[in-house]
Design a binder for this molecule. Sequence first.
Ligand code: ZN
Ligand code: ZN
Length: 338
Amino acid sequence: MNSKCMDMSFHEIFDTVYEALKLPFKNFVNPTKRIHYLYLVSTLVLALYVYYRSKTRQNFFKFLFHKKVWFSKSAWIDYKIIFFNSFVKVLLIAPFLIFGLYISYHVNEYLMRTFGYESIKLSVTETLIYYTIALTIIGDFFSFFIHYLMHRIPFLWEFHKIHHSATSLNPLTQYRLHPIELLLNNAKNIIVFGVVTGVFDYLSNHQIEKITFLGVNAFSFIFLAWGANLRHSHVKLTYFNFLEYIFISPFQHQIHHSNNPEHFDKNMGSKLAIWDWMFGTLIRSKSVKNRKVEFGLGLGDDKNYNTFWKNILMPFYNLFQKVTKSFKYKKETAFTKE
Ligand SMILES: [Zn+2]
Ligand SMILES: [Zn+2]
């Protein structure tokens, strides 16, 4: 009996470890992920275009696969965080993905109770089009808004700093997130997916069940194929000036990673630039002289995040310091008042 139990738990542990290790590699064949091999091909073509326009004499291969980009100390930290987060995903996130369906079920039930069964009925095609547009725009707004809060609320910034402590950017840096940020982002995705799906399930009179969710819709396909991978890279792909008010170009996201205080808390949008435009946080590529940016936290803070463990633990340490400081301050002021 005991050995059977031991066997079970050993298998479970083995399965968990196997799933977690497999996860980063699965992304190369998952069309909803930025690093799917087809998007890597389109990224390569766009990088070639930027390379020819920049007229650098360096060999293209060296330009693209420079060891300062892919094998820097910062890049190794990215890779370690990706593996660490794979365990977080398998253990703490995967079991909760089902909540998206619970939320959509309850939203749909609520709408039926409030507005009755006979309502507007969208056709399958209409549902597909409106649902995709709504999910893209609402999802993008909440991505911006959560990101905006991470930059504005000191408690959240401590965790988001890990994404900004990268001093070199490569396409895998997009996954350099503190596990707490990863949990928040997934909670946001689950809620947005649940609510939007519930509303459209109601509006389409439950046709949404018939639409096998393609996983990747037309909009995210364009976004992913059109250089999303260059956002975290040294390849400075910019868009036409007017287009950068609407869509965030890869170079605009690189500005977001700049260690120059003038660029702090700017370009927080994911796909769309309109939110930054509305919130007054937009910087277009042409406003950066000679397109020169260096990446990192700036203000001498990068050295506090130059190892994997420092990135994982520093937010907790900093928050602990802040709390004890404020307690000390309260004690002191109470004492002087007496
Ligand atoms: Zn980034
Ligand atoms: Zn940020």
